[in-house]
Write a new protein. Structure first.
Length: 301
């Protein structure tokens, strides 16, 4: 059991981890550094007190700093999160589960939409984003999951409770599904198709998916490309606005025990802002775990 799970290996997540670990909280952070926007930044010149540096260098320094104070960093994605009363359990693609009293989302703001023609028009009318939330409406139907990774596989596995006719379409990308999920998909006879999608077709509802090799009839299509924290928000009851998580001035969401920081909350994409938001969310978590109303610098000698 951890005090907090932080999802996102970037400025917000690492800042939160440094504060939480320094306060003595059992802190575990999930994320893949090479997927961080900071990792890809060629030069950061406007971060106060830091000389012009490659984003990669700043990120690696932050990782060492967090680990120095005791943060356990696992470079894996999270494919599902479940809540049981006041405990949150996060699962990785390898099937490992980790539980904590609090969660901080610091996942950045990648695009959730696929950009496929007619996606917007058919959203909620056959094009869906949450298997747990909307799978019920497709009992016994023919379903497609759009995606090429472990998140798509997890969506497909969740849909098995409602239908056995499931196909994962990669949308032209190479499949990157690990062996555990590959074996589960094979066992449950879930088909994999490596095709590029050109459009969703239908009037009042989705009727088919147009690929570069022709049209395939489907009753529903679930987007399984992963959308950062917003992929989990709906099923956890977290209030969102667009693709952003809604928080108060202390980084709290509307769900007790869940916090968010950085660009996943709609903040501007700046290292300084994200780091500050991570600090703010961490202090709120420290107060919750410690049962205090005032912040005390627990790391101070």
């Amino acid at each position: 059991m951890h005090d907090t799970i932080i999802i996102g290996l970037g400025p917000a997540g690492l800042s939160a981890a440094i504060y939480c670990s320094r306060a003595g909280l059992q802190t575990i952070l999930f994320g893949e550094k090479e997927k961080s926007q900071l990792w890809k930044a060629s030069a950061i010149e406007n971060y106060f007190g830091i000389p012009p540096s490659q984003g990669k260098k700043i990120l690696l320094t932050g990782i060492k700093q967090a680990e120095k104070f005791g943060t356990k960093i696992i470079e894996e994605e999270i494919v599902s999160i479940k809540q049981d009363k006041e405990i949150f359990t996060a699962k990785t693609p390898t099937g490992k589960e980790f539980s904590a009293k609090t969660i901080i989302f610091a996942t950045g703001q990648p695009l959730c939409k696929t950009g496929i023609k007619n996606e917007e028009e058919l959203t909620g009318r056959g094009v869906q984003y949450c298997a747990v939330c909307d799978g019920f409406f497709y009992k016994g139907k023919k379903i497609a999951v759009i995606g090429n990774g472990n998140f798509a596989a997890e969506q497909a596995m969740e849909l098995i409770a409602y239908t056995k006719d499931i196909t994962i379409i990669s949308n032209g990308k190479k499949f990157e599904i690990n062996k555990k999920y590959t074996d589960l998909l094979k066992k449950n006879k879930i088909k994999l198709i490596d095709l590029k999608i050109t459009s969703f077709n239908g009037g009042k509802k989705l009727e088919s998916i147009q690929t570069t090799r022709g049209k395939i009839q489907f009753d529903g299509a679930f987007i399984g490309i992963g959308c950062s924290a917003s992929s989990f928000a709906k099923r956890l009851g977290i209030e969102t606005k667009g693709n952003s998580i809604v928080i108060d001035t202390h980084g709290k969401t509307n769900v007790p025990g869940i916090y968010a920081a950085g660009t996943c909350t709609g903040e501007i994409s700046q290292v300084a802002v994200s780091a500050g938001e991570g600090c703010k969310a961490a202090i709120s978590v420290i107060k919750q775990i410690r049962g205090k109303n005032e912040y005390i610098d627990y790391g101070k000698k």
